[in-house]
Design a protein around this ligand. Structure first.
Ligand code: UDP
Length: 313
């Protein structure tokens, strides 16, 4: 049994991570300031003696001793991370720095949730880890993209300069239960719009692509990275390499939910990447990991979650 700190533990990925680690028999501490997370995401864990929730921020120095730290704390959907870009910048960098100093002091192994956004609007497709990206450093996505890039370099420097046992995963678009209905992402928007018989809002011409990973596959990949050989400090892409256009996604969601929603087109936000698909060669060879849940099956598992949220309102 390990003692594991999950920062951002009340968020979409964090709460799924807590549940999985507890099911594996570990002690779990979730740290979250509830900026985008919800205590209700952890409701069923309250009575678990191996679980503890701490309301706090990684922007403050924390003195939590654990064997492992998963740093999943950061607003991650474009509307959320753009709401207060300076805050996003601080959480990405100062937050990571605080946790790396904690890991250095306590000897914890530490994993950083990085992102496919480090590739920006990629001109290499699909994206392997050695592609250095095409990020607009002064655009509206930069607080997140550059913040996460800075965090990666901090992780590598703490490893090289201080011998901290670090891991980095680059997370591609992920969906599933415990997603926030109001996070403004494409999967949550389309499903909730269809459930409410509202217009389905495609931004731009809908021909841009994303590759969607079901959350259980993603969590399995992140844990495999934490448990990988100690030499595995270079970033690893974790995502589903099957690519869809936003039009295809809208049609799939409409086909599953039915109802009277119509597709409408809205302006494309600035710096919106035209395509995104992970090259998962490294994850396959180093972790023996690949996703097992295709988009159809994953949407079928996700729609009931949003149905519950939409009917609560
Ligand atoms: N998008 C869309 N309609 C929406 C929300 C998003 O067409 O209601 C598009 C968005 O412009 C982007 C893609 O869907 O091209 C994925 O957006 P999301 O916010 O989920 O994540 P991103 O991959 O851009 O960080």
């Amino acid at each position: 049994m390990k003692k594991i700190l999950v920062t951002g533990g009340a968020g979409f990925l964090g709460s799924n991570m807590c549940r999985t680690l507890l099911a594996q028999g570990h002690r779990v501490i979730a740290l979250d300031n509830l900026y985008t997370g919800y205590k209700s995401n952890l409701a069923e864990l309250d009575s678990n003696p191996n679980f503890e929730f701490i309301h706090g921020s990684i922007l403050d120095h924390q003195d939590i001793w654990a064997d492992e730290i998963y740093n999943l704390a950061c607003p991650a959907s474009p509307p959320h991370y753009q709401r207060d870009p300076v805050y996003t910048w601080k959480v990405s960098t100062i937050g990571a720095l605080n946790l790396l100093e904690l890991a250095q002091k306590t000897g914890a192994k530490i994993l950083q949730a990085s992102t496919s956004e480090v590739y920006g609007d990629p001109d290499v497709h699909p994206q392997p880890e050695d592609y250095r990206g095409n990020v607009n450093p002064h655009g509206i996505r930069a607080c997140y993209d550059e913040g996460k890039r800075a965090a990666e370099s901090l992780f590598m420097d703490f490893h090289r300069a201080h011998g901290v046992n670090t891991r980095i995963v680059r997370i591609f678009n992920t969906y599933g239960p415990y997603m926030d209905a109001g996070d403004g992402r494409v999967v949550s928007n389309f499903i909730c719009q269809a459930l409410r018989n509202e217009d389905i809002t495609i931004y731009g011409d809908g021909k841009q692509t994303r590759s969607f990973c079901y959350v259980d596959d993603l969590i399995r990949g992140i844990i495999a990275t934490m448990n990988a050989d100690d030499t595995q400090v270079e970033p690893i892409n974790i995502g589903n390499p099957v690519e869809f256009t936003m039009i295809q996604l809208a049609e799939k969601v409409l086909g599953k939910i039915g109802g009277s929603s119509k597709i409408i087109y809205k302006p494309l936000p600035a710096d919106d990447p035209k395509q995104r698909r992970p090259d998962i060669t490294r994850a396959k060879s180093v972790l023996k990991w690949e996703p097992a849940i295709a988009l159809d099956e994953g949407l079928d598992k996700t729609i009931p979650w949003f149905k519950k949220l939409v009917t609560q309102v």
